[in-house]
Design a protein around this ligand. Structure first.
Ligand code: LLP
Length: 444
């Protein structure tokens, strides 16, 4: 047997396990996703650029539907939204969770059936509610007592709107303090513990314009363990039983929100969807049987687990320097296209693409181009020792909460989104330009 080529040696730099399933190694250090070379995308669309693998999105939707055949799978648009995404989600038979008139209108004008949409928000504006009612959104999730009468008034005496009540079940779960929403002391929902959930339910039941179809909870995000969801089911069923006792009402629906955790770097844990579906089902049947309630129809609202693994961010290296013991590799994007490391301490695994990685790996810190020291994309990562300006770095698992949270900081311009599918690349969202900034800035 002949010795393998140096570039083919298994290397910590060459682990593609968190990349889209379509990812392929090409000769000379090139990598393709959806049949398209990433280096070609960087050349054609310039950098930074976000690549979205359509088939990966669709496959993840199908995996969810197969894992939850009895439940509604509702994609959380906040993770990433565009008109093409709306079409894929629709064609794959999912529902859509939106949290503003903006997301709602984009989806409806792109052809998404409003009755399969759920409107969330802890502070819905009059425009959010009016748009939801005008376009015929399927469910509005009540998040505070004050909006109950507002929604009912806007529905009008002849109308009837389906609503749910968002409950805080008192469960601490999630990848970071800023994305834990299952406990009291954060802004979302109505507490199970202090009775505000029951109070709100009673008020909603007193409004004939509102049809309360069930309860909702979203306990947090980037959760990799099934158990907190099972606890949520038990507590929600407990509340449903108390509601039946006091009001004689049984709810046909139970929405458990999203939050399903994924691996951002090779070897990290991810939530096991099949186990989640199976154990939720068992827990729901057992809890409902114990309470003598019919089992409600479940809904889940994944965002990240559908969009994130389908995205790859592409950057070009602009500068490489040693500062003290640290090797800084500075790229042409940063916290304006990915605020997640700065906000949540998120960790990523960037990789060199477009040329063979033969030099010994070194530990580096990949930073952005923005004018603050916290603009770090990935610290303590391995890159080839000869990484240099002009190289292209690709960051996998970039499809959620990056483009959707991008900002205009330093007027760098938000990056384009390029869809890849069957060997072709097409622009979904164009790059934000200086012209865009000039057109908004209308003062003298
Ligand atoms: N449903 C509701 C009501 C939500 O608030 C969220 C996310 C989801 C579903 C979807 O959660 P997912 O499956 O994507 O975890 N920007 C943060 C995540 C914030 C999540 C906000 N709500 C991040 O980048 O990690």
């Amino acid at each position: 047997m002949s010795a393998p080529l140096l570039t083919e040696l298994p290397s910590p730099l060459d682990d593609l396990s968190v990349w889209p399933a379509s990812t392929a190694r090409l000769p000379q250090g090139h990598v393709s996703v959806g049949g398209v070379s990433l280096a070609d995308i960087a050349d054609r669309f310039d950098t930074p650029a976000y690549v979205l693998d359509e088939e990966e999105i669709r496959a993840r939707c199908r995996t969810y539907r197969a894992a939850f055949p009895q439940a509604d799978v509702v994609y959380a648009a906040k993770a990433f939204l565009s008109r093409a995404m709306v079409r894929w989600i629709d064609e794959e038979g999912l529902g859509l969770d939106v949290c503003s008139a903006g997301e709602l209108e984009l989806a409806v004008t792109a052809g998404f059936p409003p009755e399969r949409m759920v409107l969330h928000g802890n502070a819905k504006t009059p425009r959010d509610i009016e748009t939801a009612l005008r376009l015929g959104v399927g469910r509005i999730v009540v998040d505070s007592p004050s909006e109950i009468a507002r929604i009912a008034a806007l529905v009008g005496p002849a109308g009837r709107q389906k609503v749910m009540v968002r409950v805080v079940p008192g469960i601490s779960a999630g990848g970071h303090e800023k994305i834990r929403t299952g406990t009291d002391g954060q802004k979302f929902g109505l507490s199970l513990t202090d009775g505000s959930a029951r109070h709100a339910i009673a008020r909603v039941l007193g409004q004939h314009q509102l049809e309360l179809t069930g309860l909702h909870c979203h306990i947090g995000s980037q959760i990799t363990d099934v158990k907190p969801y099972l606890v949520a089911v038990r507590r929600m069923v407990g509340l449903m039983a108390r509601v039946r006792e006091s009001h004689g009402v049984t709810f046909p629906e139970l929405d458990l929100g999203g939050g399903h955790g994924i691996a951002y770097r090779p070897g990290e844990p991810a939530l096991d969807l099949t186990a989640l579906a199976r154990r939720l089902d068992a827990e729901l049947s057992a809890s409902c049987a114990a309470a003598g309630l019919p089992a409600p129809r479940l809904a889940v609202e994944p965002g990240r687990a559908i969009a994130a693994p389908a995205g790859v961010a592409l950057y070009r290296v602009l500068a490489v320097k040693h500062t003290g013991p640290t090797l800084f590799v500075a790229v042409d994007g940063g916290m304006s296209d990915n605020p997640r490391p700065a906000l949540y301490g998120a960790r990523y695994a960037p990789r060199l693409i477009g040329r063979p990685a033969v030099a010994e790996p070194v530990t580096a810190t990949v930073v952005g181009r923005h004018c603050e020291a916290g603009d770090v994309l990935a610290s303590d990562v391995l890159l080839p020792g000869d990484v240099r300006p002009g190289d292209v770095l690709a960051v996998p698992v970039a499809g959620a909460y990056q483009v959707s949270m991008a900002s205009a900081y330093n007027l760098v311009g938000r990056p384009p989104v390029v869809a890849v599918h069957d060997g072709t690349a097409r622009l979904l969202i164009r790059r934000e330009t200086q012209e865009d900034f000039r057109r908004r800035d209308i003062g003298a």
